[in-house]
Design a protein around this ligand. Structure first.
Ligand code: DGJ
Length: 695
């Protein structure tokens, strides 16, 4: 049954709207406009009704979800193949529903030939300027179908002068490097085939017009914790179309008769205020995803860099005693606490505390940590196994394998096939068992290798291994949170390899990188905060010189840097001098005073890690307090050099008429915006925390 065409639906966000229509021929859904309230009242900035020589109308149309029949040449979101190898599924519009608040829309389509049905869903979460989109496919035909390409959606952005794309790339220990590309014409692509979002690229993209980089910004981010792809293509008419979705690394998905398949949510964001404004839109969204778990996080100590695998009760307690004196609230024992784990060659899979390392018992050890007034946290990596472990000896068939082919170890470990019910049960019961058995408040869940083998013993298939692994991972996180609501979970994958919107909805904090070297870390955090809210940013103060970036910076620099998100310490504090410990205690106390503003405040990213000025501003929701964290990124002035004039940090979003004070000096909001907050750098003063209160 076909439905009337020509209807328009407008979804309303807090400050934005998103309008779509099914044009007269009824084959697809098109974007009319996406931007501030009122943007749809006028000619569509993306519509095209000109000639299309050598193309089809669909190739130039701003289609929301295109099949290869709609866009045969310029990129489809969905490609379906029948059992006899035929493609070109083409839809007719059958129905649509929008809720009274204009925040939820579902538009139905059906293919008369195969019986495939597709519902294109939209949801604008209350109080946000994001639109969540996903597609549900149902095979109502009489024969199985194969999903060859499983895009989640296409976003159309008007870029008449050229597309300025911002993305984040990296590698292990250099994640979240923010980079900008001008796309005149052609395609730009990023993705991961690793079964995790990965270190190489982040499933996040921003698009602006090259003529107006400080103006409108459109963003897209995928909520998918497996392999993915995002591409942006600018056509000759100046429209940039971004496609995002799963990368089907295990081959086409099977859609049996009667089966329904939900594709991952892809979220779009809009801000009129460039990348800075777009970051705030993402932050608001992620804070809502956190719900009532959006609480200022405890200050933690993690012993990884202090003791590495040489974990044992005495040294851990020595660290815990000092941590407690400094004002730390949660003490986390990292890798190395379980049997057989003395280096990275053995032990993964055998999740029993090593009695040799905790001779009085693990319970007693935890009780001793808690007696210091600290909460207790533990590291796990339950999806992985070392060949040298009891688990592997008992269940060698549980790892991903291609029959007859050698396994590929990465960091001396293999990956468990979490899609198998018995493996998912093992992983869940292992972690759940630890949380029930021991007094644990904090879990760091690590993942240190990508998936290399696309198979299962016996070669059964075809299988969506990627989808099954991700689905069970999400389920386990959800169950653990439901059953242990007071336990905070930190998601880590050898640093920031597992950071996406689906994890932001299930984990409480991310470990974004193993690199805590001051200036490298600044760049990592700067990129991270463009896509992620501060409550998700775990950051440690570590020893100088650092492992990766030895460029010297003061203890103050390292503290102020770690305070930009969730403050932690990862240094060997046993070696800190009394003066360093006193300074640390002072910073921790100051962090506790400002962390509610860091957690809930409106963030402005000022300058950047490679610029003369570099700061993050957090304005409290009631605007009564403004916290500014600033770092000196340039050359340090030494003895005999003339001191430089102060750097000026232009603050944003303040009431121009309001007056602010830092305790000594008074400023108007308009002075802070136009002239800026002064900070003066020297060799001994290379970072600052300034709290302005409104008079
Ligand atoms: C990688 C993580 O990113 C580190 O913080 C640490 O937990 C190690 N794994 C432990 O093996």
């Amino acid at each position: 049954m076909t439905a009337a065409t020509g209807q328009r639906w407008t979804l309303r966000g807090a400050h934005t709207e998103y309008t779509v229509t099914v044009p007269a021929q009824g084959r697809w859904l098109e974007l009319v406009a996406w931007g501030p309230h009122g943007v749809s009242d006028g000619p569509s900035p993306v519509a095209y009704d000109g000639p299309v020589p050598f193309l089809t109308a669909g190739d130039a149309a701003p289609i929301e979800y295109a099949t290869d029949a709609d866009r045969p040449f310029t990129g489809a979101d969905l490609v379906i193949e029948t059992v006899d190898g035929k493609r070109r599924v083409g839809f007719v519009h059958t129905d649509a529903r929008i809720d009274a608040d204009k925040r939820e829309l579902a538009v139905d389509f059906a293919d008369p030939v195969t019986g495939l049905r597709a519902t294109v869903h939209y949801l604008v979460p209350d109080g946000t300027d994001v639109v969540q989109r996903w597609v549900e496919l149902t095979n109502d035909g009489t024969a199985p179908l194969q999903v060859v390409r499983a895009g989640s959606g296409g976003f159309c952005v008007p870029t008449p002068h050229g597309a300025l794309l911002s993305h984040q790339w990296g590698q292990w220990s250099q994640e979240f490097q923010l980079s900008h590309v001008e796309l005149g014409h052609g395609t730009f692509g990023i993705g991961s085939s690793q079964g995790v979002p990965g270190h190489l690229h982040v499933p996040w993209l921003a698009v602006r017009d090259t003529a107006d980089p400080a103006g409108p910004a459109w963003g897209m981010a995928l909520a998918w914790t497996g392999s993915w792809e995002i591409s942006a293509e600018r056509d000759t008419g100046g429209l940039t179309r971004v496609r995002a979705g799963r990368q089907l690394v295990d081959g086409p998905l099977e859609l049996a008769v009667g089966e329904r398949l939900s594709l991952p949510v892809v979220t779009g964001a809009y801000s009129p205020d460039g990348l800075d404004g777009l970051a705030q839109v993402w932050h608001t969204h992620q804070r809502l995803l956190a719900g009532d778990r959006l609480t200022p996080r405890p200050v933690l100590y993690n012993s990884w860099e202090a003791t590495y695998f040489a974990v044992e009760a005495e040294s851990q307690l020595a660290l815990a005693r000092i941590a407690a004196e400094l004002g730390v609230e949660t003490f986390v024992v990292d890798d190395g606490w379980f049997v057989g784990r003395n280096d990275d060659t053995a032990g993964l899979g055998d999740w029993t505390p090593d009695p040799a390392k905790f001779p009085a018992g693990f319970d007693t050890f935890i009780a001793e940590v808690r007696a210091l007034g600290l909460n207790f946290g533990l590291w796990v990596e339950p999806e992985c196994v070392n060949p040298k472990s009891t688990l592997y000896a008992e269940h060698p068939d549980w790892v991903y394998v291609v029959d007859g082919r050698p396994l590929t170890p990465v960091r001396n470990q293999y990956l468990l096939d979490l899609g198998r019910p018995e493996v998912a049960e093992f992983v869940h019961s292992t972690v759940d068992g630890l949380l029930r058995r021991y007094d644990i408040d904090y879990l760091k869940w690590d993942f240190n290798r990508p998936r290399t083998e696309p198979g299962r013993p016996g070669g059964v298939g075809p299988l969506d291994l990627d989808g099954a692994h991700v689905a069970n991972l999400h389920r386990i996180y959800e169950r653990l949170r439901r059953d242990h609501p007071d336990v905070l979970i930190e998601a880590c994958a050898g640093g920031g390899g597992r950071t996406d919107l689906a994890m932001a909805a299930r984990a409480d904090v991310f470990w974004p990188s193993d690199n805590t070297g001051p200036l490298d870390r600044l760049a990592i955090q700067y990129g991270f905060l463009h896509a992620n809210a501060p409550h998700l940013l775990s950051s440690w103060v570590t020893d100088a010189p650092g492992l990766f970036d030895p460029r010297p910076r003061t203890l103050a620099f390292r503290f102020v840097l770690a305070m930009a998100g969730v403050l932690g310490i990862g240094a060997d504090i046993r070696a800190w001098t009394p003066a360093e410990r006193a300074e640390a205690a002072d910073w921790i106390a100051r962090y506790k005073e400002i962390r509610d503003v860091v957690t809930r405040g409106e963030v402005h990213l000022i300058g950047g890690p490679d610029q003369a000025r570099c700061a993050v501003q957090y304005t409290a929701p009631d605007e009564r307090r403004v916290v500014v964290l600033a770092w000196h990124t340039g050359r340090l002035d030494g003895a005999g050099l003339l001191p430089s004039r102060p750097v000026r940090l232009p603050l944003r979003g303040l009431d121009p008429a309001a007056r602010y004070s830092d305790g000594d000096r008074h400023y108007s909001g308009s002075h802070l915006a136009a002239v800026g907050l002064p900070v003066r750098w020297s060799a001994t003063h290379d970072a600052d925390l300034i709290v302005l209160t409104r008079d």
